[in-house]
Design a protein around this ligand. Sequence first.
Ligand SMILES: Cc1ncc(COP(=O)(O)O)c(C=O)c1O
Length: 389
Amino acid sequence: MRVRPHLLETPHSGIRRMADLASTIDDPIELAGGDPNFTTPGHIIAGAAERSSAGSTGYAPGEGFLELREAIVAKLGRVNGVTATPDEVCVTTGACGGLFTSIMLAVEPGSDMLVPDPGWSNYAAMIHVLGARAVPYPVDASTDWRLDAGAVEAAITPDTTALLLNSPGNPTGVVFDPADLVEVTEMATRRGIAVISDEAYDEVVFDREPFSVASQVRSDLLLSVYSFSKTYAMTGWRIGYVVGPADFVQELSLHQEPVVSSAATISMHAAAVALEGPQDCVGEMVAAYEERRNKAMALLDAEGIGYVRPGGSFFIMVDIRDSGLDSWSFATRLVEQHRVVIVPGLAFGQGGEGFVRVSLAAAPEAILEGLGRVAETLHELKDRDRAAV
Ligand SMILES: Cc1ncc(COP(=O)(O)O)c(C=O)c1O
């Protein structure tokens, strides 16, 4: 079967490439993925099973059950400070599905979409598949990955139709300053550029309350994308949602129809139970991620290794510039010689070079063991370089 040649050039995720490499060795320490080591809380699984057993196993409306969209509206007010109505919400197959369909509606073939560099590699793949061009805007490690309105504006081309924001960020762990998010969103929408705000990790924040740019900027050009994957450890249920103007959301529902029809019925039930049930599980998991982050930072501090303090999400970017190796060589060496799977910063764009991404979604013992081996390797390489001078 012939594949459209354009799609043979899709930039696939470096995370997958590392996972493939890891599959060739025994007993790896897996710190590459963003899949929580928690299983979905029991009451969510039980609630979904109960509703299915009661007979709700058929197709769902394209935009999602009203009960779920109402629960999402309540959550948006409670957590994000965003006022919305159910017809401004479309349930999607994870944030992935919401991002893809939103980008499909917002970009034209041949147009440009701005993405953060470093940024989650799937953005570039989605944009490429849709025949548009991903144009990076820098977020710089030397400024703690700060969102700089000037740098974003400088990256705008005459063909730019959309801009992607991601906070809390993957791979950086950065939580952008609210004022910067507002400034960039206002600048872009004023220029007629659609803003897609990927907030898949909205509740996984450590040092401040969640912030959604839609709580301060109302614009027909602003979409916010959320997920149940990270907040409730529900990655495998493939369920998320997009919030935006009602007419756009209706198009979104219509345009996911030919591809997925709708998100899965059982997953919508699970999502409704997640939102309507007790929220202690969220606090407990976020506290666990925060503790892992703190332990990881303490280990790196004790070893004298650089990193940028993550404010949220599941990741910490470790500075490996002292190793004298590029990030792919460093990460490959870690797998082959130390059985630790991490992701080279370059997999997320040029701006990630000099760093490796370490996941905090794994068990704390694995994180500390893996980081210990990263530290050992860095020291070895540094000493070797010193000896060679
Ligand atoms: C930044 C970011 N956005 C979106 C997603 C996709 O989330 P979902 O599982 O809801 O599709 C991920 C998953 O890793 C992510 O890291």
